[in-house]
Write a protein that binds this ligand. Structure first.
Ligand code: MN
Length: 310
C-alpha cells in the first residue's frame, strides 16, 4: 500500500503525531498539518524549542508532553532522525516521515516516507496534495513555517523547498511576511538582550576576518548570532548558559567557509572539549547543546579560529 493511502486510512482513528524532542517549527508544522488531515493529537517527549512558541500560539496548537504512544492505534513520528530524539516516548510501533541525511528510525518503523530533502514539511505537503487534502491558512502557515526554518530562512534549500513554499503561500492566501512575522523578535526584552549581547561582544580579527563572540542572558542565541552576523561579523558565535546547560550558535560567512573549507556544524563536532554535546547544522550555521562551562567553550572556539585563520 502506498504511504499516502496508509495516511488516508488513519482518518478518524486514535492517532498520535510525535515530534522529536526540542521540536522545531519543521516538526511542529508537519505534525500540525498532518494532524488536521487525519485527526490526531500532537506530542513531544519533553519540550518544544523556544523559537516555535510563537507558531504554537498563533495556531493555538495543543501539544502533549511525554504522551504514552502505546495508547494510540497509530503513531506517526515526524522530523526525527534517531530513536534517542524520542527519549521515553519512543513507540514500539510507528510510522515515520523524515528528511534527515541519516535516519536510523526507519529500520524499526512500520513504514513511512523518507526522502533527504530540505524539510519534513515539504514531504507532508507532498502527501497532502497527493490526497487532495483541504488546505487553509493555518495549515499553510504551519507548513511554510517549517520550510522557512529548515532552509534557515532560505539560506539553503532544494528546488522543491522553494517551489512548495511558493505554492503554499498561493494556495493558502498567505504572504511571505505573514510567515516571517513568526520569527521576528518583537519582545522588547529579547531585543534588549540582543542589543546587550552585541555591546558585550568581543571582536577578534584573524587573517583579516572578523570573529565576534558573546554571551546572551536570554535563550535566543540563534537570533543574537544572526544579529551579529548582520552587523558585519564573518563569524558570529553566541552562547547562552542556564545552570550547566549550554547552548551555542554560530554563523559563518559563505566566502570564508568556501575559502578555508569550514563547516560550522563540523567545527562544533570537532572542537576541543565539545565532544560531550550534540552538534547540528550545516556549513554556514551550527548549533551546539551540552552541559559544560560556557566561558571555557567560547575560549576554545576563539582559539580554534585563531589557529585556522591567524
Ligand atoms: Mn526538519
Amino acid at each position: 500500500m502506498k504511504f499516502s493511502e496508509t495516511i488516508a486510512n488513519m482518518k478518524g482513528r486514535q492517532n498520535l503525531v510525535l515530534c522529536h524532542d526540542q521540536a522545531d517549527s519543521d516538526a511542529v508544522g508537519a505534525a500540525y498539518a498532518l494532524s488536521r488531515f487525519i485527526g490526531a493529537e500532537i506530542g513531544v517527549p519533553q519540550a518544544v524549542a523556544t523559537h516555535t512558541h510563537k507558531l504554537l500560539e498563533e495556531l493555538q496548537i495543543n501539544i502533549l508532553i511525554g504522551p504514552d504512544p502505546g495508547t494510540y492505534e497509530n503513531v506517526v513520528v515526524v522530523d526525527a532522525a534517531a530513536p534517542v530524539q524520542l527519549g521515553k516516548s519512543l513507540p514500539e510501533r510507528y510510522w515515520f516521515i523524515d528528511h534527515h541525511p541519516i535516519n536510523t528510525l526507519q529500520d524499526n518503523a512500520q513504514g513511512g516516507l523518507y526522502d533527504p530533502v530540505s524539510s519534513t514539511c515539504q514531504l507532508v505537503f507532498r502527501l497532502l496534495k497527493e490526497l487532495n487534502a483541504p488546505f487553509d491558512r493555518a495549515i499553510g502557515m504551519a507548513l511554510a513555517a517549517g520550510i522557512m526554518t529548515d532552509t534557515i530562512n532560505f539560506h539553503k534549500g532544494d528546488p522543491e523547498a522553494f517551489r512548495a513554499f511558493g505554492e503554499i503561500l498561493e494556495l493558502c492566501g498567505l504572504t511571505y511576511e505573514d510567515v516571517q512575522r513568526l520569527y521576528i523578535v518583537d519582545e522588547r526584552k529579547d531585543r534588549g538582550a540582543i542589543c546587550q549581547a552585541a555591546l558585550d561582544a568581543e571582536k577578534y580579527t584573524f587573517g583579516g576576518y572578523h570573529v565576534l563572540v558573546t554571551e546572551i542572558d536570554s535563550n535566543i542565541p540563534t537570533f543574537a548570532a544572526r544579529a551579529l552576523f548582520d552587523l558585519g561579523a564573518d563569524v558570529s558565535v553566541v552562547g547562552f548558559a542556564k545552570g550547566e546547560e549550554v547552548e551555542i550558535r554560530m554563523y559563518i560567512r559563505q566566502e570564508l567557509a568556501e575559502k578555508h573549507h569550514l563547516d560550522a556544524a563540523e567545527l562544533f563536532r570537532t572542537m576541543p572539549g565539545m565532544g560531550q554535546g550534540t552538534a547540528w547544522g550545516y556549513a554556514l550555521f551550527g548549533g551546539y547543546r551540552a552541559k559544560g562551562e560556557l566561558g571555557v567553550l567560547l575560549t576554545n572556539i576563539v582559539k580554534r579560529f585563531e589557529d585556522l585563520l591567524g
